[in-house]
Design a protein around this ligand. Sequence first.
Ligand code: BTN
Length: 318
Amino acid sequence: MQTLLKLLGDGEFHSGEDLGLALGVSRTAVWKKLQQIQNELGIEFHKVRGRGYRLASPLSLLDARALNIEHARLGWKCKVHEIIDSTNAEALRLIQTQVTLPALVVAEQQTAGRGRRGRQWVSPFAQNLYYSIALRLDGGMRRLDGLSLLVGLAVVDTVQDLGVTSAGLKWPNDILVGPKKLAGVLLELTGDPADVCHVVIGIGLNINMRESDGVGQAWTSMSLELGRVLDRNEVICALSHKLSSYLAGHQRDGFTAYRQGWESKHVWQGLMVTLSTGAESIEGHVLGVGVDGALRLMVDGREEHFSGGEVSLRLAGD
Ligand code: BTN
């Protein structure tokens, strides 16, 4: 399927005969494969008599070779999957097999993409970024301070560099454009938090998605914001370079050096919010974040700090 999609990836018409020749199959087999792609992956084609087949809308496929070369420069292993349950789940499995780390897992599609708080992450084929990096953390929990916020900052800085200048952060690590979600971050830990542990940093970023029924909240994509289709390989490489540099800074100096930058991109900085932790709801004024990544709220005239996990935040009165 991948080869056929690559051939059609230029967005031009290709005759059934040419496609069949390139794949070494008959014109009927080409047609059957296209039907299969349409049914299984939801990718639409136009068929025009005398011209052949063309993708209904342009597609940016992952280029495993180029991604491997680029990530080798960062000292990262990179594994590209066509279809996987979840890149986070795969990165956790890789840690168990003791591969060299850091190891990056990306995929065209996830069948069981997971979001924060047990939610599903909608992951259609060849549309978005499904990206998980497995890292070893020597020195235990302290190394985790502010890490998930740092990752959100790397994502927002990357998408801003690529033109989505109105993107911002919502504590702890949602990336929004106005009220619409553009990207999310899910960190999963394994090992001994007091000693050597491993973390998987999972990032889902809507790149070229233009429609979806399954997302249970307001959302947008880079393509909707910029009015063009983006090369997903370029987005991945830009993100990895940013993340690699921020992770090195975080390892050296912790979150302190990134804290101000993070607050400057916090869309709810200075506003009244309601924080929900299970049954409890707390209203407060957002002061900023601590060096440990905790949210600093002014609650009834007293500064209080709240850490991530199973908490959610909304604007007061919403
Ligand atoms: C959120 O709920 O905001 C976090 C979403 C994280 C989704 C990404 S997609 C790549 C990686 N693999 C997963 O299964 N989840 C994360």
